[in-house]
Structure formats: C-alpha cells, structure tokens
Write a protein that binds this ligand. Structure first.
Ligand code: ZN
Length: 142
C-alpha cells in the first residue's frame, strides 16, 4: 500500500494551511466538513506528490478532534494508506490480529470509504485505510 495522506490535528485550518503554504509550498486542494463527525478537514498537496496532508480541525467541542487537542495538543493524528478493495484488506489485516476500529468501511471525506485500525496494534499510530470511489481530480497532484 502507498501513503494516501498524513492526518494532523490542528486548532485552526486557516493558520495551519497558511504555514504549510508559506513554509513548504503546499497548496489547498480540498476542504470539507464531515457531517456528524465533529470535524472539518482540508487537504494540502505539493505539485507532483500524491500523498497529501490532511488538516483536521474541530467542528464542535465534543468531537474526536476537540478531545484529541485537549488531551495531546496539535500534531500527528493518523497515517492513511490507499487500499483498493477495502473489505478484503480489512479482513486480511484482521486475520493478522490487528483490531479494526470500524467493523465495516464508512464514508470518508473526498468521496472515499475508510476504516481505522487501533493504534495498540499499529506501533502506537492510528492507521486509516482509504478507498477512493473515484480517482482524485488531476488538479490534486498537479
Ligand atoms: Zn485521514
């Protein structure tokens, strides 16, 4: 599998996106509020690079990102890998004794289906599997 994106918990997408643009030349490719998940996301990319940075900002005080920021502060939240055939990958990985947080894939941002794997089985890192339903627009990588 290849790295799809790296998720970073931030208190402000505006401030963080400005930093990544100024310091590292990353461009905003996509913004979305995931309904019912208490989070707003923005994807940033570099020209020619498929792996993106996902900035996760709390949309409400009870959501998972708000809780993450309160307990750990801003920083690395998860590492996401592109999976084609997500159900097959989930079952293969579960067969290795890795605990899936999601029993079945659920809708993610950018018209994807996602599932998360428990950090306790992934070296302390929250791992996300991402299946793109459609190919990301070419503008994301140009
Ligand atoms: Zn993600």
């Amino acid at each position: 599998m290849t790295v799809d994106h790296i998720g970073i918990a931030v208190s402000s997408i505006e401030e963080s996106a400005a930093f990544y643009a100024k310091a590292l030349g990353l461009k905003l490719a996509h913004r979305e509020e995931t309904p019912g998940h208490g989070v707003r996301v923005a994807f940033l990319g570099a020209p020619g690079e498929k792996a993106m940075i996902e900035l996760l900002e709390p949309a409400d005080e009870d959501g998972p990102i708000a809780k993450f920021l309160r307990s750990r502060g801003p920083g690395l939240h998860h590492l996401a890998f592109a999976a084609s055939g997500i159900e097959a990958e989930m079952s293969r990985i579960a067969g290795l004794g890795v605990t899936p947080i999601d029993r079945t894939p659920r809708p993610g941002s950018r018209r994807t289906r996602v599932c998360f794997l428990h950090p306790k089985d992934c070296g302390g890192v929250l791992v996300e599997l991402v299946e793109h339903r459609i190919a990301p627009p070419s503008t994301w990588t140009s």
